[in-house]
Design a binder for this molecule. Structure first.
Ligand SMILES: Cc1ncc(COP(=O)(O)O)c(C=O)c1O
Length: 379
């Protein structure tokens, strides 16, 4: 584990950096749109007092995005929202939506396009599991397998879309003012807004896992909108093999993270931060924490078993990253002190995915997600 306290952190400024996107008015538009989708309901915010006691913090709340629509990840709020907005403004007829993905985003784009009867073409880099690819194809999307990393798939998708006139639903961009990634993050705002509305007392700390930084950026923007300068501390958690936001903080600008970006946390396997997200996180992230893969299986099992009387939760490999980061932080006195974590801390986390690859989930946890969920109904 490695901690970087962000020397550029400021209590406010996130909303100004994102303007005109991510404002309260734009959140209201996103809420109005998403809340009329079939099957919409806020995901549960679990209270885990057993785990909080074990870790030595005051309270621990985890937003369970594994229960988001039937897509089992918060990504259902992003791509499909951008698609809905673009289709409403520019029309959906004969439109082809396309994106690159390491799993969840592509599945969400495929679903968002199918909701409107549109075609979707999804670019999948090597290393994405067959289970995840099948889940995208199940929504009727055409799959294009590419060689190399996620970032290379993003580039190939952009090239082909430009040649064919397709609409790219990218969750990342080199341009901070690009509309699509900002619309996607506006969809994510609804997740944070739900969580904040489900809490009695505001959190003191939020640990948000990051791939290109979209979720963490939405967390930052909404935290400032809701709590102003009294906002909670934001810790951005990344895999140590793909810590592109930590690298941007160190270098003072976005840079390519070296290496093959191989990590069990597949949704976080990104080597290049998104410019719209970075524009906000540059000052809104209080710290960056990079974690090894090693803690992920145990963290998945810990949630599946339900610590000390806690309700069990199905959380996937990228879904547990925030909790794996918190557990690693609490195990180090130095990190704990530098992050100001103690027995009075109220920590908010996001389990950003459930068993999005059911076979992989069962292999890691030792039993199926259904059997974990079955425990919920035991007398
Ligand atoms: C399950 C999961 N969690 C977190 C993330 C990270 O989101 P972002 O890339 O917006 O930082 C992703 C991205 O694909 C994901 O699939």
């Amino acid at each position: 584990m490695r901690l970087l306290i962000n020397p550029a952190a400021r209590p406010t400024g996130a909303l100004a950096a994102a303007a005109p996107y991510l404002s309260a008015a734009r959140l209201a538009v996103a809420k109005a749109e998403i809340s009329r989708w079939d099957g919409y309901r806020p995901t549960p915010l679990a209270d885990l007092p057993g785990l909080a006691r074990g870790l030595g913090i005051g309270t621990l709340r985890i937003k369970d995005e594994g229960q988001r629509f039937h897509l089992k990840s918060f990504k259902a709020m992003g791509g499909p929202y951008a698609i809905a907005r673009i289709a409403a403004r520019d029309g959906a007829k004969d439109r082809v939506f396309t994106s690159a993905t390491d799993g969840n985003h592509g599945r969400a784009v495929a679903w968002g396009a199918s909701r409107l009867g549109c075609r979707a073409v999804i670019y999948v880099p090597s290393g994405v599991s067959e289970g995840r690819i099948q889940a995208i194809a199940d929504f009727g999307a055409e799959i294009v397998r590419t060689e190399g990393t996620y970032d290379e798939a993003v580039a190939e998708c952009a090239r082909n879309a430009a040649a064919r006139g397709w609409t790219v639903i990218a969750d990342t961009s080199e341009n901070a003012h690009d509309e699509v990634p900002n619309l996607i993050m506006e969809g994510y705002l609804v997740v944070i807004d739900e969580a904040a509305g489900q809490m009695i007392e505001p959190p003191t700390h939020i640990f948000a896992q990051a791939g290109v930084g979209g979720l963490a950026c939405a967390v930052a923007a909404h935290a400032e909108a809701r709590w102003g300068a009294a906002r909670p501390r934001l810790v951005v958690v990344e895999p140590e093999k793909a810590a592109c936001l930590m690298l941007a903080a160190e270098q003072g600008h976005i840079a390519q993270f070296p290496g093959d970006l191989e990590t069990v946390m597949g949704g976080l396997s990104c080597g290049l931060a998104s410019a719209p997200a970075w524009a906000v996180l540059r000052t809104a992230a209080d710290a960056f924490l990079s974690i090894p893969d090693g803690g992920v299986p145990d963290t998945m099992r810990l949630l599946a078993d339900g610590a000390d009387g806690d309700t069990p939760m199905v959380a996937g490999e990228s879904g547990v990253a925030g909790l794996a980061g918190l557990i690693a932080a609490m195990a180090s006195e130095d990190v704990r002190l530098r992050l100001g974590l103690d027995g009075s801390s109220r920590v908010l986390l996001f389990s950003t995915e459930g068993d999005t690859d059911p076979a992989l989930y069962a292999k890691i946890v030792g039993r199926s997600a259904d059997s974990v969920r079955g425990q919920l109904f035991r007398p």
